[in-house]
Design a protein around this ligand. Structure first.
Ligand code: GDP
Ligand code: MG
Length: 179
């Protein structure tokens, strides 16, 4: 007997220029193209994961330069998402602060609507010589709020983006079966 299709709405968040689109497009096409349009997009991606037919809807968001980054996440986005990918750049301290603020906003929502899986991603790992955020800080932020954590380079590998989306999918499925 065939199992029902798994559906997951994934919201990709983070400051401007951290590689949200690069990460998303890597997962969708396996490629890194270097330049991405700055507009918001929702993509549908049908694949088989662990033998299960899976339909990802991926919302590649846009966060304008904003001193209060929490405000660039809308109620609609929060309601829509089954899971979040929160991206910062390891060579941009400000983007880490934005991620922290956005995590706060997701947490507030969790208080009202129950737990939602989050994966924190430190991107641009290839730019070690420009690093401003030690791995340990990213890991601690994730630990303190029960999130997954990865450092990746969307520019260098497909594997990192694959692991991020698959891990989040697994968390979304667990979250459903326990709720
Ligand atoms: P977004 O604004 O968060 O969607 O960021 P983009 O995906 O548009 O990427 C912003 C810039 O960073 C682009 O010039 C990308 O080519 C570059 N970029 C994205 N990911 C990486 C990475 O892993 N390493 C490096 N070196 N550059 C990256
Ligand atoms: Mg983008």
């Amino acid at each position: 007997q065939q199992q029902p299709k798994v559906e997951a709405n994934i919201l990709v968040l983070g400051a401007e220029n951290v590689g949200k689109s690069a990460l998303t497009v890597r997962f969708l096409t396996r490629r890194f193209i270097g330049e991405y349009v700055g507009t918001e997009s929702i993509y549908t991606h049908n694949v088989t994961v662990d033998g299960r037919e899976t339909s990802f809807s991926i919302w590649d968001s846009v966060c304008p330069q904003n001193p209060n980054a929490q405000n660039c996440i809308t109620e609609d986005q929060l309601r829509w998402a089954d899971g979040f990918i929160l991206v910062y750049s390891i060579c941009d301290r400000d983007s880490f602060n934005v991620a922290r603020q956005q995590l706060q906003r997701i947490r507030q929502m969790k208080k009202r609507h129950g737990p939602v899986p989050v994966i924190i991603v430190g991107n641009k790992r290839d730019l070690q010589h420009h690093r401003e955020v030690p791995s340990q800080e990213g890991r601690m932020l994730a630990l303190s709020s029960d999130c997954g954590f990865f450092e990746i380079s969307a520019a260098e590998t497909y594997h990192g983006s694959l692991v991020v989306f698959h891990q989040l999918l697994e968390a979304v499925r667990e979250n459903r079966s326990s709720g």
